[in-house]
Structure formats: structure tokens, C-alpha cells
Design a protein around this ligand. Structure first.
Ligand SMILES: C[S@@+](CC[C@H](N)C(=O)[O-])C[C@H]1O[C@@H](n2cnc3c(N)ncnc32)[C@H](O)[C@@H]1O
Length: 202
């Protein structure tokens, strides 16, 4: 599960690839996030879509009335997502930003949604990620995290996590509210096995 994994040059990928055919492309709001927002009665607020890529999740959240910032390490991904959002008439603050060296303001967000960024970071940077993300969230705000599950048996792709490993990684800075087995909806068939985690800033 912790074998060293290789990832693309994200900027090159977005320069050369077709966004709609990327494995994570989902034009709809992630159904686990949608259910979590209903369950926690979160209907308004300031949100960050971290590692926004195609920007679909940011756009879906903005369409529901949330005030959105969307960041990605790839400037091309940001430019393409911004153009799509403008076509749809959505006001989203798109910014190129590396979460491990973030320039985002502290305590700005009611919640952060990470659908696929954390699970591609190298294991030795995970505590840096936890520290930075915690600093961006308001007191009692949430991190909604989707990552690959240990139940996903395919050879390639992101790091895999068990519910116990998530608890261990986040325990010092977040209250772990739930970690559920689910799937990662995108363009792959079948959908990869995933975890959806609700973490509250402690
Ligand atoms: C699996 S994709 C998911 C994209 C998007 N969240 C979605 O669900 O469609 C992971 C994204 O994380 C971005 N990324 C990788 N490393 C990052 C970093 N250090 N900081 C911010 N974004 C990063 C990649 O460019 C890519 O767009």
C-alpha cells in the first residue's frame, strides 16, 4: 500500500491531455460531498476546491451558492477551468497554488474539498499537507477528503488508505467524524474504490 508511486508532470498533462477523458473527470458534484453537505446542514459558506483540475467540483458548488476559491498546481488547469466557469457566468476565484507551499490566506474557509490531491502527495509530505490545510480552515470548519481506498486493487494510480491510516495521519489536527468506503466517480470503468472522509478542524 505504501510502495513508492509515480505521477505525471501535472502541468504537461493539462497542456497535452483532453480534460473530459481524464480518469477523475466528473461533470457532476461528487455524490459523497453532496450527501455530507446535506447531513451537516451546510448550505452557504466560503469554500476551497483544492487541486481543482477540470474545476467541475468548484463550478457545481458555486452553482449551489457557495463562495468559491479553486486552486491547482497546474496553471494550465486553472486557466482552462476559469474559461469554462466564465462561459457559465460563475464567479470563482481561480488561483495557481501548490498546497505544500501555499500562499492562501489563513482561516479563510468554512470548508475545503480535496477530491484527489492528498492521495497523490508523497508520504513524507503528508504532515505538511495536514498542517497547511488546517491553517486555511476556520475554527470548527471541515475538510472533506476523497482518496483511494486499500480495497482498490489495480496496480497503478494514487496511494491507497485504510480508515485507520486516515485517522492516524489527521488525528493531531482534526477530529475524524467519519471515514466511509465508497467509489471515485470519473471516466474509469469500474469506478475505483475510495474513501470519503469528514474531518473537523480541532
Ligand atoms: C486526481 S486530480 C483531481 C482533480 C479534481 N479535484 C477533480 O476531482 O476533478 C488531482 C489534481 O491535484 C493537482 N495537484 C497535484 N499536486 C498538487 C499540489 N501540490 N497542490 C495543488 N494541486 C495539486 C493536479 O494538478 C490535479 O489537477
Amino acid at each position: 500500500m505504501n510502495q513508492q508511486r509515480e505521477f505525471p508532470d501535472w502541468e504537461k498533462l493539462y497542456q497535452e491531455g483532453q480534460i473530459e477523458s481524464m480518469p477523475w473527470f466528473n461533470p457532476n458534484l461528487d455524490s459523497d460531498l453532496e450527501q455530507a453537505l446535506i447531513k451537516l446542514s451546510i448550505h452557504t459558506g466560503v469554500a476551497l476546491d483544492l487541486g481543482t483540475g477540470p474545476g467541475t467540483q468548484a463550478m457545481e458548488l458555486a452553482q449551489r451558492g457557495f463562495l468559491l476559491t479553486a486552486t491547482d498546481i497546474s496553471a494550465t488547469a486553472i486557466n482552462q477551468a476559469q474559461a469554462k466557469a466564465q462561459q457559465k457566468g460563475l464567479d470563482i476565484s481561480f488561483r495557481q497554488d501548490d498546497i505544500l507551499n501555499s500562499r492562501l490566506p489563513h482561516e479563510e474557509f468554512d470548508f475545503v474539498f480535496d477530491r484527489g490531491c492528498f492521495h497523490i502527495l508523497s508520504p513524507e509530505r503528508r504532515q505538511d499537507y495536514v498542517r497547511v490545510v488546517q491553517s486555511l480552515i476556520k475554527s470548527k470548519g471541515y475538510l472533506f477528503l476523497k482518496c483511494f481506498s486499500h480495497l482498490e486493487k489495480s496496480e497503478f494510480g494514487p496511494y491507497r488508505f485504510t480508515p485507520e491510516s486516515i485517522k492516524h495521519i489527521f488525528l493531531n489536527r482534526f477530529r475524524v467524524i467519519s471515514v466511509e468506503e465508497t467509489v471515485y466517480q470519473g471516466t474509469l470503468d469500474p469506478d475505483p474504490q475510495a474513501l470519503f472522509c469528514i474531518l473537523e478542524k480541532s
